[in-house]
Write a protein that binds this ligand. Structure first.
Ligand SMILES: [Zn+2]
Length: 249
């Protein structure tokens, strides 16, 4: 028996399958990450032709298959795709890095709806033209916060000094927030980066309008979040497309 299911899905990746089909890896709202077969989708006349671009978000109808067999897509109606030409190279790399990160975060996660909604907001933020690094950092901090790993950035955990206006670091292992006077020194954020991180962590995707991430803040915040994710998220590694960006920059 196989049932017909409806869901929302964001396309993560596709592979060719035989002459005319595609294997589609997608993140669905109710079911998390799963692999599907889109039969005949490579045929120019197929109503599904060209629908499965990475990052496309839409309504999916599929036949669920028992025993881990590939689910079969019946329909997929995607909204307008992410325009990679208009977005530019940096935004495109960040877009792919975000999908990669979220796709990995979702595996075996019971909060699938939350991860899916996060990806949709991430894509919307990039499309709206907000600073792509700010959008990416909000994705990372929200993923960390969802696992209870994003610390409150208010007081130094050691001396209890208020952190507003001073530099601090986050111990990637313990999650302890330490002011610039208490920290051992490595990975300390400048006051500017601290203010920016605190703002992004509290405002989320909707509070990014007009915000600019400088090269220094990008390095400092990016390194800190990367260290925290490395310590706490199983299977985390630096998304390949960020490596590409480093090579290009
Ligand atoms: Zn302190």
């Amino acid at each position: 028996m196989s049932g017909i299911l409806k869901d929302r899905a964001v396309i993560l990746k596709t592979w060719e399958y035989g002459e005319t089909s595609l294997i589609v890896s997608a993140l669905t709202r109710s079911g998390g990450r799963a692999n599907f077969r889109a039969k005949g989708a490579k045929r120019a006349k197929s109503p599904m032709h060209g629908r499965f671009r990475t990052g496309n978000v839409g309504d999916i109808v599929y036949y669920d298959k028992p025993g881990g067999a590939l689910k079969l897509i019946k329909e997929f109606s995607a909204g307008p795709p992410f325009d990679s030409m208009e977005a530019g190279f940096e935004r495109l790399c960040i877009f792919q890095a975000g999908l990669e990160l979220a796709g990995r975060a979702s595996a075996g996660d019971e909060q699938e709806g939350a991860v899916f909604d996060l990806v949709e907001a991430f894509i919307a933020g990039l499309t709206a033209g907000d600073d792509p690094w700010a959008v990416f950092f909000v994705l990372e901090t929200t993923l960390l916060a969802a696992s209870g790993l994003m610390p409150e950035i208010e007081l130094c955990d050691r001396c209890k000094k208020e952190l507003a206006g001073c530099g601090f670091s986050v111990n990637p292992t313990s999650g302890a927030v330490e002011c610039d006077g208490c920290t051992s020194g490595e990975g300390t954020l400048s006051p500017e980066s601290c203010a920016l991180l605190a703002r992004m962590a509290s405002a989320g995707f909707t509070g990014l309008r007009g915000l600019k991430v400088t090269a220094q803040a990008r390095r400092e915040i990016g390194t800190l979040l990367h260290r925290m994710l490395t310590h706490h998220m199983d299977g985390y590694r630096l998304p390949g497309s960020l490596g590409v960006l480093k090579g290009a920059g």
